[in-house]
Ligand binder design. Structure first.
Ligand code: ADP
Length: 159
């Protein structure tokens, strides 16, 4: 069975992430969304909140699962008996970071391939970071997020 793990911080999940997940689900028999903490980014939502939100968003996708993980992605991929790390690329600026990460992961686990998917150009500029910044200042981010996520984000900034 072809299984891909889509790791990320998903803080929160955006329409760009959802597009990557749907494209991955067309190619692989199973996609496991693995929610982790990126040490370079301070999370707004807890890991549990992020997992819960993603579960709501992908509920109708039968071959997609959501899980939390710690540690090295390649170790998690092995535990899942998966062969592929799925990542999304937006712009050239994503490329360098993704390239370094893919090759680093390859030195840890030469048998695991990183596969990149390009989201629809409509989402090419959508990032969790800018959505959070805009939402914190009262901007309307409804076109970038699933509805349930937008509600949670609004509630977060009301507090
Ligand atoms: P990380 O902290 O690991 O980068 P992110 O949640 O920011 O986690 O991103 C997870 C993956 O999804 C990355 O490969 C990122 O490039 C990709 N991604 C995020 N937003 C988009 C988008 N709008 N279009 C395509 N890929 C995206």
């Amino acid at each position: 069975m072809s299984v891909a793990v889509y790791p990320g911080s998903f803080d929160p999940i955006t329409n760009g992430h959802v597009d990557v997940i749907k494209r991955g689900a067309k190619v692989f028999e199973k996609v496991v969304i693995a929610v982790g903490d990126n040490p370079a980014k301070k999370a707004l939502f807890t890991k549990d909140e992020r997992v819960e939100m993603i579960r709501e968003v992908v509920r109708s996708l039968r071959t997609v699962e959501v899980d939390a993980f710690d540690g090295l992605v390649v170790d998690y991929v092995r535990r899942q008996k998966a062969q592929v790390i799925l990542r999304g690329i937006r712009t050239i600026s994503d490329f360098e970071y993704e390239y370094q990460m893919a090759l680093t992961n390859r030195t840890f686990a030469g048998d695991i391939e990183t596969v990149f998917v390009m989201a629809h150009e409509e989402y090419s500029f959508v990032s969790s970071r800018f959505i959070k910044e805009a939402a914190s200042m009262g901007g309307d981010v409804s076109s970038f997020l699933p509805r349930e996520v937008e509600k949670r984000l609004k509630a977060k900034f009301k507090k």
